[in-house]
Design a binder for this molecule. Structure first.
Ligand code: PGA
Length: 252
């Protein structure tokens, strides 16, 4: 019996002003059912404290940042440290999102440093990986994802690795309306879990939550989540609407 957590995490990206973000959080709090499934709201930095107040009484609802800096603090103008995130009630940090990898040139090595800093400050990384379309078309998707996962995570101790949530997000499915088929998702999730087995053993692998991301919607969530190795979703566009986010929670 698997004892891993099911998780639905929203990634608001650079959307919603402060009041709109608080309204969205309130709408979710008002209708969220008690559940074994963990809901996470990945809000913009400046929304975190306000959203934290709104969700603090709800057991299965947690807060994530969408990035952090890898250094402790100091002269890094415009950056946000893990200590700052922790101090406003953040529990999770989304790291290695393909938009960060692409637009901000984040390497596996930089993401690895951010993962370690996040863990050192008592928060849990949601580590994203995934291939672009030409890589899949060339049949190299497993090779690329293996490299991202190994270089991003596999020098962690087993204890630290056990705190990481992995999100597989094929880049060709993000924001495009094209989802991976349930079979494609299952195949990659099982592959990622097999890598974890090889590195950390069955018990750790069985307890690792692997989320699927890329155009998850109320209409396709159930089929994706019913796959044995899909333990939930990282949801962008559909997480900006409370009813859609809650419907995706219900599909878990
Ligand atoms: P999407 O985004 O659901 O809008 O495709 C997912 C993500 O980028 O995390």
């Amino acid at each position: 019996m698997s004892h891993r957590k099911n998780i639905v995490a929203g990634n608001w990206k650079m959307n919603k002003n402060y009041e709109e973000g608080r309204t969205l959080a309130r709408e979710i709090v008002a209708k969220l059912k008690p559940s074994e499934t963990l809901a996470i709201l990945g809000a913009p930095y400046i929304h975190l404290k306000g959203v934290s107040h709104i969700i603090s009484d709800i057991n299965n609802l947690h807060l994530a940042a969408q990035n952090c800096h890898q250094e402790e603090g100091g002269a890094y103008t415009g950056e946000i440290s893990t200590g700052m995130l922790r101090s406003v009630g953040c529990d999770y940090v989304i790291l290695g999102h393909s938009e960060r990898r692409d637009y901000f040139e984040e390497s596996n090595q930089l993401i690895n440093a951010k993962v370690k800093k996040t863990l050192a400050d008592g928060m849990l990384p949601i580590f994203c990986c995934g291939e672009k379309l030409p890589v899949r078309e060339a049949g190299d998707h497993e090779k690329l994802v293996a490299q991202q996962v190994k270089e991003g995570l596999f020098d962690l101790s087993a204890t630290d690795f056990s705190k990481v949530v992995i999100a597989y997000e094929p880049v060709w499915a993000i924001g495009t309306g094209v989802t991976a088929s349930p079979d494609q998702a299952q195949e990659m999730h099982a592959f990622i879990r097999s890598l974890v087995v090889d590195q950390y053993g069955e018990e750790v692998a069985d307890a690792t939550s692997i989320l699927y991301g890329g155009s998850v919607k109320p209409g396709n969530a159930k089929e994706l989540f019913s796959q044995p190795d899909v333990d939930g979703g990282l949801v962008g566009g559909a997480s900006l609407n409370a009813a859609d986010f809650l419907a995706i929670m219900d599909a878990m």
